[in-house]
Write a protein that binds this ligand. Structure first.
Ligand code: CTP
Ligand code: MG
Length: 230
């Protein structure tokens, strides 16, 4: 039997930096909630068995009604992103888990495919893009040492994990000094080798109002990125 892959889309954040009155994943982007754009990509990716949508508690009922599909499970998130991912993992029995930020609406099948292909080599694989800016350390108002950008990558989602390894990784959280910003940090802590798959800079995360304006402008300009009427 082939090993199953479930996708967890984390959509339980508040979107403080974006600044809308509703949680970020529910803000309409080109007329449809931000989370819907990536949901469609994962649901239509043939290797994905089911999609677990992790949302704020008070939006569970509304989301369940909106996405009435037996391949979608809607559950509540936690105060930190890793808790939202953990809640999602607890709903899955699949051997493999794809974790994706709802705030990255421009994920596509090529990105997902390049990632999942690497599961033959690694138990954890992350989507990365090259760093293009000059990167420096700083202290107060002084610039410090320049970091060789050819040695660093920008880490995004989707990320792929063997579920058993990811569950082991969560055990490292209480021992960490800082809250992990992604689950690949837990893999670092548990000594698991993390593979990389080159993604697409267009799969950026909507974090600030300027990101949102760029996303709207892209969809306005490139109608081929838009989805159908449903
Ligand atoms: N997320 C989540 N649960 C949390 C925090 C974040 O599910 N407790 C999700 C967000 O919904 C988002 C993704 O993780 O899809 C990436 O997080 P981020 O961009 O930081 O989103 P927010 O936390 O919503 O934004 P902010 O930090 O500006 O409040
Ligand atoms: Mg956040």
């Amino acid at each position: 039997m082939t090993e199953k892959i479930d996708a967890i889309i984390v959509a339980a954040g508040s979107g403080t930096r974006l600044g809308f009155s509703m949680p970020k994943a529910f803000v309409p982007l080109h007329g449809k909630p931000i989370l819907l754009w990536s949901l469609k990509q994962f649901l239509s990716f043939a290797l994905v068995d089911k999609v677990i949508l992790v949302v704020p508690e008070d939006l569970i009922d509304k989301t369940r009604k909106q996405f009435d599909d037996n391949r979608i499970t809607v559950i509540r998130g936690g105060d930190y992103r890793w808790v939202s991912v953990y809640n999602g993992v607890c709903q899955s029995k699949a051997q493999w888990i794809l974790v994706h930020d709802a705030a990255r609406p421009f994920v596509n099948h090529t990105i997902i495919d390049d990632l999942v292909k690497k599961r033959s080599e690694f138990d954890c694989v992350i989507t990365v893009t090259p760093e293009v800016d000059t990167i420096k350390e700083f202290k107060a108002d002084r610039a410090g040492t320049t970091i060789d950008r050819s040695k660093v990558v920008r880490v995004g989602t989707p990320q792929l994990f063997r579920r058993s390894v990811l569950l082991d990784g969560f055990k490292a959280v209480p021992k960490m000094d800082n809250v992990p910003t992604d689950e690949a940090m837990l893999m670092e802590r548990t000594g698991i080798e993390v593979g990389i798959a080159w993604g697409d800079p267009l799969n950026f995360k909507i974090t600030t109002p300027s990101d949102f304006r760029i996303a709207e402008a892209l969809l306005e300009k490139d109608k081929s990125m838009c989805m159908g009427p449903d």
